[in-house]
Design a protein around this ligand. Structure first.
Ligand SMILES: [Zn+2]
Length: 238
């Protein structure tokens, strides 16, 4: 009888521990996505007007629109931070910072272009540009401009930029850790599978050509030879 009770107690104890483990896992899972990731909001580093110019804003549910993530490096070897990147990209004719998130060399994550606005980081296609021109010049009048945007690799692509030039310097572990947290959070929030996380240099083949479209722009090594394999590994074990 005592043995039976002992076994029963062990069974109960095991059940309690098992349940506690499952509950704590769920809580940890929840906490991980909701609290452990800290993103510095745009207003904290750029209190001036957010330049939205002619940016395209997604009108549908973001979970439906946001389907890809594209990872970059900034290409600057010093430590410019988001303010420098914003100023540089405005000087290059962009309406706003190109990326949705910037991870600096301290591993801090900054909100860049608000995520409900289409980014400008993944490249262009001949088909998108030609259709947009025809719509804008009135040659085609019954097609909304979103039809052109949907042919662009930036449509639905969240842009993440690691500050640095990873052709010239080693990517920092603190940045990779922040990237991992950010990717997990974004994948969870927008239901994006890790097969849809790309390096910038993969966009031409894995997004554009796969859709039968024609890539416009220069070949790129972004996010750099010292970061590419490390980020691919990070994605593989996400
Ligand atoms: Zn890039």
């Amino acid at each position: 009888m005592r043995k039976y009770l002992g076994m029963r107690n062990q069974y109960l104890l095991g059940g309690i521990i098992g349940s506690a483990f499952i509950i704590s896992s769920i809580l940890l899972h929840h906490e991980f996505y909701k609290k452990d990731i800290s993103i510095i909001p745009r207003v904290k580093w750029d209190p001036s007007t957010i330049r939205r110019g002619s940016l395209f804003e997604y009108r549908e549910n973001l979970t439906k629109c946001l389907t890809n993530i594209v990872i970059h490096h900034s290409g600057f070897k010093f430590k410019p931070g988001p303010n420098y990147l914003l100023a540089y990209q405005l000087s290059m004719g962009y309406d706003d910072i190109a990326y949705h998130f910037i991870i600096d060399k301290d591993g801090d994550i900054y909100e860049g272009r608000p995520i409900n606005f289409m980014g400008a980081h993944a490249g262009q296609t001949k088909e998108a540009n030609e259709l947009a021109d025809k719509i804008r010049t009135g040659i085609i009048s019954d097609t909304p401009i979103i039809s052109a945007y949907k042919l662009d690799p930036d449509y639905g692509a969240i842009g993440i930029c690691l500050d640095g030039n990873y052709e010239l310097e080693k990517v920092l572990e603190v940045q990779l850790t922040a990237l991992r947290y950010l990717l997990k959070s974004l994948c969870f929030q927008y239901k994006i599978g890790k097969a849809n996380i790309f390096l910038h240099n993969e966009v031409k083949e894995k997004i554009v050509r796969k859709r039968g479209l024609t890539f416009v722009g220069n070949e790129t090594v972004c996010p750099g030879k010292y970061a590419r394999n490390k980020i691919k590994h990070l994605i593989s074990i996400l």
